[in-house]
Design a protein around this ligand. Structure first.
Ligand code: GCU
Length: 666
């Protein structure tokens, strides 16, 4: 067999300790499912491949559900919900019960996960229903093969304006399905160059082929759309959502698209943002724009996912009357309830842009009558470019657990986006993905934990960051206790470490403009004069209280009052909400300036400790993995030192206050 040019990641089916499990799975019995169904076939093939690789077994299909045989049984009894499954073992009979084909596939992947982790299947009793109806990956891949914010090589979907459908497409679908992903957007939200729009005859054959492969793994294909396609592609002179000519063009186009790509799930739209066209141009609302497309795709079962990352990037954000953080809420809250059923608003987790620490967007739960999806970023755009280690699942947990106070008991972000709060089915979570065509898919092998973890968390939001990490290490790296513990020690605190040596207490940015890696304290994207941190010789931070931009008041009580007052504002977000004197004393009894100095020294020390820990694994993990990660650690350490020195010297010069501990500040 030809050797693959890419890693199997957590689907590495290498030899494992059997622990008696083999006696339970000598054969396979199938009841209520059609063995020729594409998803069932995938499940059976995966089971066969997994057992062959891990146990050297080739279980045959059986006629009866005897002891020693894995029984795959269709059962929908109200407890096992859509895409859910149950695993049960009693008296030597192992059963996987599922209500539908996708549940069956996810259940098989669960069993393989347990086998890969060398867990005992005896006595198992687990009911797993997905928490979020939509669990999506958004790829920002461009048609030329580059990836916007990609840190792992080029696209494996596109190359030189061509679509690639090959063995890697299937392996990608397997990886995504194995963690419960059921929707994928393959192209960048910034859709440019009409000649390469995927909704034309030029690409239909490949799109159909890709959608079919995805469908075999229970995944729907979605595409990003250019809102002005009527003009760019259709030659019309308008993209006004209320213009009959525009509507007619889209009706014809969508008919063609859904006929040619029958499995298509729908579209993701970035409108009126960062140079993208949108309904604002015509004096129309975001709802006008989204509803027009939604009505047209509805007969085909399509949905429109409309992004809320709408802000005027050319505005002068130094002015206290305008605040970029306010923009999402201000632009969307007014039309709560106006969006049609098959529109979902996709909201970034924070009001700015995927910083290492931000408050939760007040739109999440702020909207009470509108379908919502949470958007997080697994690609490490502002969090270390997959060079610096930054395990993001603890951050995602914080976001999901945030209590919005939108009313009732079901008011966390997890409740809102799962559909529990409003009883809606069009809801869920999406992540900007971190994959590319390099051997290990994610630049650093350790960054794959974020891809894995996002999927697992999207499926079951109650899983802990620790559980998810352990699963990922055992499946991808090793089951050896020492290796598992060491990698946990490196990764679990890595988000805090990254935060310590970069921007403090929620202020964000201070990063090289546009590149978003490396320190530039005053770096400001949109004008020559602004800063995101508003530091002067007395203090730092943005006043977003009622006396400043008023952003804090976009939350429901008691969150609004909590953020509004400096004393009650959570300290990790202090500088996001307030302009604070350097001499302000924090709960730690340190002054703000001393906190900045100390945390930056600590951040670098923690990276040095991470490196020591990683080096202790030499010879205990795959050599290629060891070397790649070790090399990146070298880069992370330089990055951390540069941040430490720039930030500390900047604030020393600005404040004129020396480090209490007399350390050298350059
Ligand atoms: C960020 C990112 C852009 C991206 C944008 C978006 O601003 O830097 O590359 O296009 O987010 O989410 O649309």
């Amino acid at each position: 067999m030809e050797e693959k040019k890419w890693s199997e990641l957590w689907l590495k089916y290498t030899e494992k300790e059997k622990r008696g499990n083999d006696k339970l799975i000598q054969g396979v019995y199938l009841k209520g499912f059609d063995a020729s169904d594409a998803v069932v076939k995938s499940a059976l093939e995966e089971w066969t491949a997994g057992l062959k690789g891990m146990y050297g077994m080739e279980p045959a299909m059986e006629e009866n559900p005897n002891a020693g045989v894995l029984s795959l049984i269709r059962k929908a009894d109200g407890r096992i919900r859509k895409e859910g499954y149950e695993l049960l073992e009693q008296d030597g009979c192992l059963q996987l019960l599922a209500g539908d084909e996708k549940g069956l596939l996810y259940g098989v992947f669960h069993l393989l996960r347990l086998i890969s982790m060398e867990k005992d299947l005896r006595g198992i009793s687990l009911l797993c229903n997905p928490d979020n109806p939509l669990r999506m990956l958004n790829h920002w891949d461009n048609m030329d093969g580059s990836i916007e914010r990609g840190y792992s090589g080029n696209s494996f979907f596109f190359e030189q304006d061509r679509v690639i459908v090959d063995g890697r497409t299937r392996d990608y679908a397997r990886l995504a399905a194995s963690v419960g992903i059921n929707g994928v957007v393959i192209n960048n939200v910034n859709v440019k160059q009409a000649a390469t729009y995927l909704i034309t005859d030029r690409y239909f054959a490949e799109m159909k082929a890709m959608a079919e492969i995805f469908a075999e793994y229970g995944i729907k294909l979605y595409l990003s759309l250019n809102y002005a396609a009527t003009m760019e592609l259709g030659g019309l002179d308008s993209a006004d959502p209320l213009d009959p000519g525009v509507i007619a063009w889209w009706e014809k186009k969508m008919k063609e698209v859904f006929e040619r790509i029958p499995n298509l799930g729908g579209f993701l739209v970035k409108a009126d943002s960062e140079g993208r066209p949108g309904p604002f141009t015509y004096g129309r609302t975001q709802a006008d724009g989204a509803n027009m497309l939604a009505d047209i795709v509805k007969p085909y079962g399509g949905i429109i996912i409309w992004r809320c990352f709408v802000y005027n990037c050319t505005q002068d954000w130094r002015d206290y009357k305008t605040d970029r953080a306010r923009a999402g809420y201000d632009n969307f809250i007014k039309m709560d309830g106006d969006y049609h059923d098959n529109v979902i608003l996709q909201i970034k987790n924070g009001p700015m842009d995927f910083q290492i620490r931000e408050p939760i967007s007040p739109l999440l739960g702020g909207l009470k009558k509108t379908n919502q999806m949470l958007e997080v970023q697994v690609a490490q755009e502002y969090t270390g470019h997959q060079i610096d280690v930054c395990y993001l699942i603890p951050m995602f947990k914080e976001i999901l657990d945030f209590k919005t106070y939108c009313g009732g008991d079901l008011d966390t972000v997890a409740d809102v986006i799962s559909g529990r709060t409003m009883g809606n089915a069009n809801a869920g979570i999406a992540a900007v993905c971190n994959t590319g065509n390099d051997f290990c898919w994610t630049g650093s092998e350790l960054a794959a934990a974020n891809f894995y973890g996002f999927g697992r968390l999207a499926f079951r939001t109650s899983l802990s960051a620790e559980e998810i990490l352990e699963e990922w290490i055992r499946m991808s790296v090793s089951n050896e206790a020492e290796v598992v513990e060491t990698i946990e020690k490196i990764m679990l605190p890595s988000r805090e470490t990254y935060e310590k040596y970069t921007s403090p207490l929620g202020i964000g940015w201070m990063v090289t403009p546009h590149v978003h890696y490396g320190c530039s304290v005053d770096g400001y994207e949109y004008s020559r004069w602004g800063t995101y941190h508003r530091a002067d010789h007395l203090g730092i931070g943005v006043d977003r209280s009622d006396k400043g931009t008023g952003y804090a008041l976009q939350y429901y009580e008691p969150n609004a009052s909590m953020y509004n007052k400096m004393e009650s504002c959570p300290e990790e977000l202090l500088l996001f909400f307030h302009h604070v004197p350097y001499t302000y004393v924090l709960k730690s009894n340190k002054t703000l300036i001393q906190h900045i100095y100390d945390s930056h020294f600590e951040g670098v020390e923690e990276v040095e400790e991470m490196i020591r820990l990683w080096e202790s694994l030499q010879g205990k993990v795959d050599t290629g993995v060891y070397e790649n990660v070790r090399r990146r650690f070298g880069m992370q350490l330089s990055n951390a030192k540069e941040w430490r020195d720039q930030v500390n010297s900047y604030f020393y010069r600005k404040s004129g206050i020396a480090d209490e501990r007399g350390r050298v500040i350059y």
